[in-house]
Design a binder for this molecule. Sequence first.
Ligand code: SF4
Length: 274
Amino acid sequence: MKMVWLELNGCSGNIISLLDGADPGFDYMISEMVELVYEHSLMSAEGEEALEHLFALMDQEFILAVEGAVPLKNGGRYQIVGNWQGRSITALEMIQLLGERARYVIAVGACASHGGVSAGRPNPSESVGIQSVLQRRVIQLPGCPCHPDWFLGTLAHLIYFGEPQLDEEGRPVFIYGTSIHRRCERRSYFDQGIFATQLGEPTCMFMLGCRGPMTTTDCPIRKWNERINWPVQANTNCIGCAQFGFPDVMEPFVRYFTLETDREGELVEVLEDE
Ligand code: SF4
């Protein structure tokens, strides 16, 4: 099966995450699972030669993996992903061209799934997840970044068994079916009401803002970096990066202050949300 990996409005963190995967890793994917025809960061061919490879796929069967959000402002002119015969091609045009023709479409990471950081407030590029611009089912793999196993496991399922069972948000249930909180190694502290008051204490980090209770994925048993660690084990709370709405519904990366005058006539900064 042929595969295309598009990079839209994002940080390339998902292809980097995939390149760092192991057992199986990226080399196994391209030698045993798919023929990777196009990927922005990895193409040896450049410019129109690369796009020729891509457009030659139009009448063939292929899987489309997409990372990054789609900027909509000014007709999509905020992101140009290629130039073809003197004409710029926007991310919006590219995803609509390929997305409606692909056998399967996989949104890899938070930005492709629901806008993610690229659509974070105030979202000057008016970025959205790819489902918003496609009239078809998109398999969603949210996470910032997507774990290499989440992508390769989904890809293997598509190739060998077809589409996996998806939840109401389009996420594979075998990955996103259980909350982090349920399988966390600090859960017994939560149940006993023993909470950490600062990072570094070995008890439950709920009072420090842990988002494990509202985030569903398998980090506690999957772990990261060749399965040696994950945030809670490393003494940092879960930030909910695999949940729809991240980062704004979890903890905004950007907060705004306004200047107001207090009773004494002094200018004071006030958090906009308060
Ligand atoms: S550290 Fe977070 S995920 Fe773990 S038990 Fe506490 S609240 Fe739940």
